[in-house]
Design a protein around this ligand. Structure first.
Ligand SMILES: Cc1cc2nc3c(=O)[nH]c(=O)nc-3n(C[C@H](O)[C@H](O)[C@H](O)COP(=O)(O)OP(=O)(O)OC[C@H]3O[C@@H](n4cnc5c(N)ncnc54)[C@H](O)[C@@H]3O)c2cc1C
Length: 257
């Protein structure tokens, strides 16, 4: 994952995934009307790098098992592990995680997983361009939290597409980040409607917005795109049209929805 001839480039140590182990719910926090952040205490967590994910496994009384992947929302600096889950009404696992889990409950979890869709301020000096759709914001938020807590001066920009204002995950934290950091640019765009007083974008993300954010970052950036498949494909195409080399674009697809 290391590119470029920058002599300051160093290799990030990527923690190896643990085997399945118990993860105990410490707290459940409501982020939006359908999204919750669940904080877990895990005794043998090996640490993680921003962008990695974990697998969770649920086992029914009859032995039926379901496994799903969730990006890690909490920054590497935090010892507890937080997953931020969007409840899909007709889904199998996400309604259980968001509606049923209570502090003190235990599920099986393994991680961290992933060695490509990761970012660490120590290994690259390039600006960071993040494009997220819906719950695809989660690993990008982990990167932004990591960037802030590590005091990184790498310029960063986030283009975040959500359905409505009520669906914007981490809204207040993102606004605070943008207000307090002149090297971070935030653009949120709503695809379904705009709220009264909404000053962000409306409609799907388009080439002018991507070009403008890229220009503000100096024309070249390490780009991370995350969300459901349609969003990732559209956003990656826009990045290429805006002049980003395909090799500088990393993607994480959450599935087909
Ligand atoms: C690396 C990675 C990281 C992820 N990170 C996150 C994250 O941070 N937050 C997050 O919320 N999600 C994340 N996801 C998505 C997550 O793994 C689940 O896919 C999501 O929570 C839905 O799971 P579910 O069991 O609730 O829904 P599922 O039961 O898997 O159903 C998902 C959708 O598919 C449809 N569907 C299911 N079965 C069929 C079928 N047979 N035919 C047609 N349609 C069907 C359902 O209607 C539903 O809308 C991530 C995925 C990956 C791969």
């Amino acid at each position: 994952m290391i590119r470029g001839g920058n002599s300051a480039t160093t290799v990030t140590k990527v923690p190896r995934a643990s085997s399945w182990q118990p993860a105990t719910v410490v707290s459940v926090r409501e982020e939006t009307h359908r999204v919750k952040t669940i904080q877990f205490a895990i005794s043998n967590w090996p640490g993680h790098v921003a962008g990695q994910h974990a697998d969770v496994r649920l086992t029914a009384e009859d032995g039926y098992r379901a496994e799903r992947s969730y990006s890690i929302a909490s920054p590497p600096q935090m010892s507890a592990v937080e997953l931020t889950v969007d409840r899909l009404e007709d889904g199998e696992v996400s309604p259980f995680l968001t509606d049923q889990l209570q502090p003190g409950d235990t599920i099986q979890l393994r991680g961290p997983i992933g060695g490509h869709f990761i970012w660490s301020p120590s290994e690259r000096g390039s600006p960071l361009l993040l494009l997220g759709g819906g719950s695809g914001i989660v690993p990008l938020m982990c990167m932004l939290r990591h960037r802030r807590l590590s005091g990184s001066a790498v310029p960063a920009a986030l283009l975040y597409s959500a359905r409505t204002r009520a669906d914007v995950i981490f809204h207040d934290e993102l606004m605070d980040l943008a207000r307090g950091d002149t090297t971070f640019a935030l653009r949120i765009t709503l695809t379904r409607d705009s709220a009264p007083g909404w000053s962000g974008g409306v409609g799907r993300i388009g080439l002018p917005a991507v070009e403008s954010m890229l220009n503000d970052l100096g024309g070249v950036a390490d780009s991370f795109v995350c969300g459901y498949t349609g969003f990732v494909e559209a956003a990656s195409t826009l990045l290429v049209k805006a002049g980003q080399p395909a090799g500088a674009i990393r993607t994480e697809r959450f599935g087909a929805t």
